[in-house]
Design a protein around this ligand. Structure first.
Ligand code: SF4
Ligand code: SF4
Length: 202
């Protein structure tokens, strides 16, 4: 019998997409991906499937067919994690979880970074304030949605907090420093920079 060399062995043992998803740290241990019977119940309840070309059942089919092009397909970004599919699947699968893992794969391959750049202002608020304040770029829309209530709240936020017996929402310098060190240690800063670099390259 011919002995396989290392590369051939690696190719032979290369995991298919479904197993890559199942082996991801984000995958719940009992994720029923391989048990999917393509019943389409997920699609029937999925708001993203109703309002776009996205099809929850089709996402799973492509994963099971080992169609790696799905990682680069913008359609995976139409899911908004409502978990409705998750709650109805008869075999314990979760298109929602699978999508989260596919997106992470897309981000690792660079193709997904442009999809998450609109969240960068949230990241900036963590870097600047040490907490998730509403970023400036979203405040214009909130102003429109909330009308005068938004301005009242913004202008009087500190007063409202005082009335409620709450301290300032901003962190004390020592706490901010701790958050800053943590963000550095867990690779958050590096990751944010990588995503911004992709935006700047455009
Ligand atoms: S993921 Fe679940 S609900 Fe969707 S097609 Fe597969 S078995 Fe049916
Ligand atoms: S979590 Fe995503 S796939 Fe599932 S029902 Fe909601 S939008 Fe559809």
């Amino acid at each position: 019998m011919t002995k396989l060399n290392r590369r051939e062995m690696a190719e032979k043992t290369e995991k298919d997409l479904a197993h890559k998803v199942l082996d991801d740290i984000k995958a719940p241990k009992d994720l029923g991906l391989l048990r999917c019977v393509q019943c389409g119940l997920c699609t029937s309840v999925c708001p993203a499937s109703r309002h776009s070309e996205y099809d929850a059942r089709e996402i799973i089919k492509r994963v099971l067919d080992n169609d790696e092009t799905i990682i680069e397909d913008e359609v995976i970004w139409n899911c908004f994690y409502c978990y409705t599919c998750h709650s109805v699947c008869p075999v314990g699968n979760s298109v929602c979880h699978v999508n989260q893992i596919l997106r992470e794969m897309a981000i690792q391959k660079d193709v997904g970074k442009k999809q998450i750049e609109s969240f960068m202002s949230f990241a900036d608020s963590y870097l600047e304030e040490g907490l998730g304040v509403i970023p400036q770029e979203y405040q214009g829309q909130l102003k429109i949605d909330y009308g005068k209530h938004w301005e009242n709240l913004q202008e009087n936020l500190q007063e409202v907090r005082e009335d409620l017996g709450l301290d300032s929402m901003y962190l004390l310098p020592e706490a901010k420093e701790t958050v800053d060190k943590t963000l550095e240690a867990i690779g958050f800063k590096k990751r944010v920079q990588e995503i911004k670099d992709v935006r700047n390259r455009k």
